[in-house]
Ligand binder design. Structure first.
Ligand SMILES: Cc1cc2nc3c(=O)[nH]c(=O)nc-3n(C[C@H](O)[C@H](O)[C@H](O)COP(=O)(O)OP(=O)(O)OC[C@H]3O[C@@H](n4cnc5c(N)ncnc54)[C@H](O)[C@@H]3O)c2cc1C
Length: 574
């Protein structure tokens, strides 16, 4: 080897094997704000183990599963008509870790998961899933569907129906597990769910479902929630009823629906999304037949929150990879991280990733309070959910793409995690409601549920004392006034702009509140992040002037070491 050439492992830094939990310098401290200390202590070893798995075994499995998509079979080799989906063993192992080992789908619904006697709060579930999704995104759809279907069934289902299926839905034994899915979309009914034409026909005491469902992720799940229109019901969403569709009927026979084919997708290639034909399938009515869509909204909202968490996780993975490459790759005789223009790019990825993580944890906290009966919190999580789903999923497209570029040419090569992250990140903005539809839902939450009136004072209370806090409060007020006006005037054309402003105002406030509390233990990094969000996302800037404050921010934040409050205050004042 020529002496001027670095050994290959140094020339191309490879992050395989790093612990994705430990590599994330702020995570442990942040968790202390969102988890009760006893639970935090209990979960720490589980998070560490998940971090080690995600940075190594799960990452390798996800890459293999991505290259070996599921296959739909229609007949046995002996000619028997039977449908099943064959998944690669790597996907099975990913399922084992998520559903069985960690109980991620079960932990909200019963005690005993990970040795904790009670159901775990949303913040704990999202903390663990946030690390898992950094390796594997596709499987997080079945996980979230199982979790959210269980919640909706428990909320609205007849006790006997719940009792029959709850043990399977919350099982950690893969043979006993019943996974969940949601069959809503039809060719003529995507964003406009009111266009659903699938029929529900009364057959004595039972209901039979007929029609086609066009997008069915986790197509062969044991249980699906399905929207269909009972004969004679009115048009639009008001005429839709919600049904639980088991793949296997209580007598052991197969239910009457067929998976016609699987979709060939850009991302989530290892998870089967299919097209379904309902041929008189038996469905169990869930709740009130006139409120099917309203009830389904509960499942959709939980899935949207999970989507936001996944976007935050993918951005964190991208940031961890980009920082790793930047610290270890040499160009022009210097580490990439020492190059001013690169530091600026890294900081931009960090801003998006950290904003999403903070909004995600705040939403998780509000969800827990809402479920305990706090109506103000219910209205806050009602609006934080679409805000996060809309903006974080869009930001994930950009953050994953920008991080791919940090790895240079290798970032475009499928052996590395970057292309998969980019492909998967594009889905978040489409399923569970496109960006337009979800931004319009933010406006609906403001108009119909007075959600902004619950959110704005809470955000303002998070801003610290002093000049920075005043500037932050003013930005929150401006963002809220703009969103309120767009909602009131039904000015749909500006729904995305208004939702974007409100999201970043919320992110800046939550980051500032976290920063103030963590500064007491010696780290004011998140105050600086709040200032960055304010400067780059909420304040007006002249595109023809240098973004002056960035350099010292990058110097302080990129090494990911604690920042003293005095340093933060100096920068924040400027
Ligand atoms: C991989 C994948 C898996 C999926 N899995 C499932 C699943 O398991 N279950 C399920 O039920 N569905 C699933 N979907 C469907 C998904 O939720 C829909 O594709 C999505 O909601 C959009 O509906 P659509 O495709 O009919 O698009 P359309 O509704 O036709 O939208 C087309 C465009 O019009 C825009 N638009 C629509 N209404 C408005 C408006 N009022 N103002 C401005 N713009 C508007 C949209 O933003 C979009 O850009 C999946 C989709 C994908 C890609």
């Amino acid at each position: 080897m020529k002496p001027e050439l670095l050994p290959p492992q140094q020339a191309l830094p490879d992050s395989r094997g790093i612990n994705l939990y430990e590599a994330d310098a702020s995570f442990a401290a942040l968790l202390a704000l969102y988890l009760d200390p006893r639970l935090h202590g209990h979960l720490r070893p589980h998070l560490e183990r998940m971090g080690a798995l995600a940075g190594d075994e799960l990452d390798a499995l996800a890459a293999t599963a991505d290259r070996n998509p599921p296959v739909l079979h229609h007949r046995t080799r002996a000619g028997e008509e039977r449908q099943w989906i064959e998944r690669h063993p790597s996907y099975r192992r990913l399922e084992e870790v998520a559903f069985a080992d960690y109980g991620l789908a079960a932990m909200s619904h019963r005690g005993g998961v990970l040795g904790w006697p009670e159901p775990l709060p949303p913040a704990a579930k999202y903390a663990l899933s946030y690390v898992y999704v950094q390796a594997e995104f596709g499987l997080c759809c079945p996980l979230s569907m199982t979790d959210s279907l269980t919640r909706t069934l428990r909320k609205y289902g007849e006790p006997a129906l719940v009792a029959r299926y709850l043990p399977g839905l919350t099982a950690q034994d893969l043979d006993a597990l019943l996974q969940g899915s949601m069959f809503m979309t039809e060719q003529g009914a995507g964003s406009d769910v009111g266009g659903v034409v699938a029929r529900a026909v009364k057959d004595g005491e039972a209901w039979r479902l007929y029609g086609e469902k066009w997008f069915c992720s986790n197509a062969d799940a044991g249980l699906a929630m399905v929207l269909a229109r009972p004969d004679g019901a009115p048009p639009g969403t008001k005429g839709l009823a919600l049904f639980l569709l088991p793949r296997v009927l209580p007598d052991g026979s197969a239910n009457s629906y067929r998976i016609v084919r699987l979709k060939d997708k850009l991302g989530t290639r290892d998870m089967p999304s299919g097209e379904i034909v309902l041929e008189g399938a038996r469905g169990f009515l869930v709740g009130d037949p006139g409120r099917g869509f309203v009830q389904m909204t509960d499942m959709i909202n939980l899935s949207r929150l999970s989507n936001g968490m996944r976007a935050a996780g993918m951005m964190r993975r991208s940031l961890t990879e980009a920082l790793f490459v930047a610290r270890n790759r040499i160009a022009f005789g210097r580490r990439l991280i020492d190059l001013p223009l690169m530091r600026r790019q890294l900081l931009k990825i960090m801003l998006l990733a950290e904003a999403a993580r903070s909004v995600m944890f705040q939403a998780a906290l509000e969800l827990e309070r809402a479920d305990a009966g706090d109506d103000e919190a219910r209205r806050r999580v009602r609006i934080l959910t679409p805000l996060l789903k809309f903006r974080a999923c869009r930001d994930a497209r950009r953050a994953t793409g920008d991080a791919m570029e940090v790895r240079g040419g290798c970032g475009y090569i499928e052996e590395w995690s970057d292309p998969r992250l980019v492909r998967d990140a594009h889905l978040g903005s489409i399923w569970e409601g496109t960006s337009n539809v979800v931004a319009l839902d933010v406006m609906r939450a403001i108009r119909r549920e007075r959600a902004l009136e619950a959110l704005q004072p809470a955000l303002e209370a998070m801003a610290p004392e002093g000049a920075f806090g005043d500037a932050l409060r003013a930005a929150i007020a401006r963002a809220a006034a703009f969103a309120a006006k767009v909602a009131r005037d039904r000015d749909d054309a500006h729904a995305r702009q208004a939702a974007t402003g409100l999201y970043y105002a919320a992110a800046a406030a939550i980051l500032a509140s976290e920063g103030t509390r963590l500064a007491a233990t010696g780290d004011a990094r998140r105050l600086l992040l709040a200032a960055l969000v304010l400067e780059h996302r909420l304040n007006t800037r002249d595109p023809l002037q240098p973004a002056a404050p960035e350099a010292p921010f990058a110097d302080l934040l990129l090494p990911e070491t604690p920042v003293a409050l005095s340093q933060a205050n100096q920068l924040v004042k400027k």
